[in-house]
Design a protein around this ligand. Structure first.
Ligand SMILES: [Zn+2]
Length: 477
């Protein structure tokens, strides 16, 4: 493994001590960052020219389903229960292990290409151990850093079979992986448990699943909405009262849960991930960003399923920030109209003295771009239990680094690199990607062109076949 020094880049470190540097160097030895600062004295390292580049930590996606990459985009107009019926009940059982392998490999490569160096791969199509092994093979072949979350299928039960909500997580599958190929917590691909949780499983199944995660020393994660149809109306509160929810558990979505439940989760050391690209499309309440922060938690954002929405973290970050600002504006506007927010009223009165201003209703306490950038880097790293390894350009952490071309038309002149990253950048600006100290993308091209060609060719043929098998000619054409 070569050593590298990135010279003369604008550095957005997301490290509170290093901060932002208008021009600095990053020294990488082996798989680690060893120094960040101006004019580093370095011997024997390959120089990567960082002038006219913005260096940033690799983005972290806290929630995606890479097994669905092969059918990306079929569900952008899904509504109601379409996702469940088309995906889990219809298409998922048609996936062979090879379909999973190439879908995961393509999803991993697409992540790297877009500057996302780590993914919480929430894989809930593991009907057999062969499917799980194929998913892990695909992730490892791509070179992405991944937390492989082993989840269970949700088919419509056949006569005489129990409903999926009554089936505990298969212990043998988790034990096999934990004692076998994913035994290490320091490898590029590590293990988590994706459980049904309090919305989708009986309380007894929840008890067994969380106990298993705790016993295996694994992060667990569950999809949660908190709507009226949740199987346990008290949600996490009942499990917390029993002391059964392990710290580090991750709840995804959770838009409808009460503040009391958010607070209880935060105080128990659990995390909550919002997925604004999915939630804004089909829901009428805010993604859990501002409400998590208000209860003392650290917001985390992700895209969720690429069946309906794009997976790159630049657009996810931007949409999340804009959504959070919009919902705060709506709330403040409502308070102004009700006369219940004197601070905003005073601000507005002063602001509107400027003739013709279109100024916002109240902006003093809004989230900055620098704060939002934490959501998609260090906060998401914490969700994955990897804050000590990744999520910022900090000496001692793994060398997961992204360089963006500052002179691209959509960024130039990028006078404020932090704003450029959060509000202007897209995957096409990603020039160079290092993961674990290995260069995975350089000069705008993935390094492993053979893997890229293979994965693209495979999903090109497998996607249409899966859709034909499932009988969906009207949504794939
Ligand atoms: Zn999901």
């Amino acid at each position: 493994m070569a050593d590298y020094v990135i010279r003369g880049a604008a550095i957005v470190s997301v490290d509170p001590e290093i901060g932002n540097l208008s021009c600095g160097d990053i020294l990488v030895k082996g798989d680690r960052i060893v120094a960040v600062g101006p004019d580093l004295a370095v011997e024997d390292a390959e120089v990567i020219d960082g002038s006219r580049m913005i260096a940033m930590p690799g983005l972290v996606n806290a929630h995606n389903h890479l097994w669905q990459t092969v059918i990306r985009g079929i569900g952008s107009n899904f509504a109601g229960s379409d996702y469940f019926n088309y995906l889990h009940a219809g298409a998922a059982p048609r996936f062979t292990p090879e379909d999973i392998l190439y879908s995961e490999m393509a999803g991993g490569l697409a992540s790297i290409d877009s500057g996302t160096t780590t993914v919480f791969d929430w894989c809930h199509n593991n009907p057999t151990p062969e499917h799980s092994d194929a998913a892990i093979d695909g992730l490892q072949a791509s070179g992405v850093r991944a937390l492989f979350g082993h989840g269970t299928v949700k088919p419509k039960p056949k006569p005489g079979e129990p409903h999926f909500s009554e089936i505990p997580h298969p212990r043998a599958h988790i034990e096999r992986l934990r004692k076998g190929r994913l035994a290490s917590d320091d490898a590029l691909v590590t293990l988590a448990m994706c459980v049904l949780g309090p919305d989708y499983a009986t309380l007894d199944v929840c008890r067994q699943d969380f106990a298993l995660a705790k016993e295996m020393g694994l992060i667990s994660s569950a999809h949660v909405w908190g709507r009226r149809n949740r199987l346990n109306p008290g949600g996490y509160l009942d499990l917390l009262k029993e002391g059964l929810l392990p710290a580090g558990h991750n709840a995804v979505h959770a838009n409808y849960i009460p503040d009391e439940e958010i607070r209880a989760l935060v105080e128990a050391g659990c995390t909550i991930t919002a997925t604004p690209p999915v939630e804004l499309r089909g829901h009428g309440v805010p993604p859990l960003i501002g409400r998590v922060a208000a209860q003392g938690g650290r917001p985390s954002v992700a895209n969720d399923t690429e069946v309906g929405v794009g997976g790159d973290m630049f657009s996810t970050l931007r949409l999340s920030l804009q959504a959070d600002r919009f919902y705060r504006n709506v709330q403040t506007q409502r308070e102004l109209e009700e006369g219940t927010n004197p601070a905003a009223a005073a601000f507005e009165a002063e602001n509107l003295k400027t003739i013709g201003t279109g100024g916002g209703v109240y902006q003093k306490e809004y989230i900055t771009t620098g704060e939002a950038l934490k959501w998609a880097t260090i906060n998401n790293a914490a969700v994955l239990g990897m804050e000590h390894r990744i999520g910022s350009l900090t000496p001692g952490k793994k060398a997961d680094i992204v360089l963006l071309r500052r002179d691209d038309w959509n960024l130039s002149p990028a006078l404020n690199p932090e704003n450029a990253v959060a509000m202007f950048a897209h995957p096409g600006n990603v020039d160079t990607v290092l993961i674990d100290g290995e260069i995975r993308k350089r000069h705008g091209k993935l390094i492993d062109s053979a893997a890229e060609a293979r994965a693209l060719s495979e999903i090109r043929s497998r996607g249409p076949r899966l859709m034909a098998d499932a009988g969906y000619p009207d949504i794939a054409w």
